[in-house]
Ligand binder design. Structure first.
Ligand SMILES: C[S@@+](CC[C@H](N)C(=O)[O-])C[C@H]1O[C@@H](n2cnc3c(N)ncnc32)[C@H](O)[C@@H]1O
Length: 214
C-alpha cells in the first residue's frame, strides 16, 4: 500500500475501519498489559482512533504513528487539543500533554525518536499491511518498542473472498512473525457479527505478546 492509497481513503472519508467507540477488546484486555498510570502506550498506524482518547482518560500517555497528516489534524481537533508541531528528521511530531503523534512512514521512526514505551497496542495495523511488509513491520515494531508487551488484534478470513486491507493474518502467521521474540497467548477469537465489511465470515482475534527473557 502506497501513501497515496491511504491519503485517498482519508480524503474521501472512506473510514470503514474507524470505530465509533473504544475497541471492546482493548477495554476487556488492557489489564493484561500490566500498565500503571502514566505508562506510555504506542499505537502504530493509529489513525484518529477513539482508543487514543480512551487510553488518555485511563491515565496513560499515548504515542502514535500515522502517515496521513489529515488524520492527525482530525484527531487533535476531535480531542479539542492544540498540538505543538515540530520536525523530527523525516517525520513531523504533533505533541500535547500526554500525547505524541509522529506523522510519516512508521518505517522511518526509530527507537530514539519514539522514546520509551511500556506497551504496544496494534489494532488494524499489522492487518492493514500487505504480505510483503508484515514481516518487516513486526520486526521493526519489536525493535523500536524494545519488545514491549503488546495487545494485538487481528483478523482471520478466507482471503480469496475479499481483497484487503484489512488482510487476513491467521494465527500461524501471527506466531511466525512474533514467536521468536515473544510468548503468545490467544486471549479470544470471535466471529464478527454480519461478517467483515458485512460480506465475509471472519474471526477477530486478540493476542497478548510478552517478551521472552533473553
Ligand atoms: C486501517 S487504518 C487503522 C487506524 C487505527 N489503528 C484504527 O484502529 O482506527 C490504518 C492506518 O494506518 C495508516 N498507515 C498505513 N501505512 C502506514 C505507514 N507505513 N506508516 C504510518 N501509518 C500508516 C493509514 O493512513 C491508516 O490511517
Amino acid at each position: 500500500m502506497q501513501a497515496s492509497f491511504w491519503q485517498q481513503k482519508w480524503q474521501n472519508n472512506e473510514l470503514g475501519f474507524h470505530l465509533p467507540e473504544p475497541h471492546p477488546k482493548l477495554v476487556r484486555h488492557i489489564k493484561r498489559l500490566g500498565l500503571k498510570p502514566g505508562d506510555r502506550v504506542f499505537l502504530p498506524l493509529c489513525g484518529k482512533s477513539l482508543d487514543i482518547a480512551w487510553l488518555l482518560q485511563q491515565g496513560f500517555r499515548v504515542v502514535g504513528a500515522e502517515w496521513v497528516q489529515q488524520a492527525v489534524e482530525q484527531l487533535f481537533t476531535e480531542l479539542d487539543v492544540e498540538p505543538v508541531i515540530s520536525r523530527q528528521g523525516e517525520l513531523r511530531r504533533y505533541s500535547a500533554q500526554q500525547l505524541d503523534i509522529f506523522v510519516g512512514d512508521i518505517f522511518t521512526l526509530d527507537a530514539e525518536t519514539l522514546g520509551a514505551v511500556d506497551a504496544v497496542y496494534d489494532r488494524a495495523a499489522l492487518v492493514a499491511l500487505p504480505t510483503d511488509k508484515r514481516a518487516l513491520y513486526s520486526r521493526h515494531l519489536a525493535t523500536i518498542s524494545g519488545c514491549a508487551p503488546q495487545l494485538l488484534i487481528s483478523f482471520e478470513y478466507d482471503q480469496s473472498q475479499l481483497s484487503g486491507p484489512p488482510f487476513s493474518v491467521p494465527p500461524e502467521e501471527v506466531r511466525g512473525h512474533y514467536q521468536d521474540m515473544f510468548s503468545l497467548e490467544l486471549l479470544e477469537s470471535k466471529a464478527i457479527k454480519g461478517g467483515l465489511k458485512g460480506k465475509c465470515p471472519a474471526d477477530e482475534q486478540a493476542w497478548l505478546l510478552s517478551a521472552k527473557s533473553q
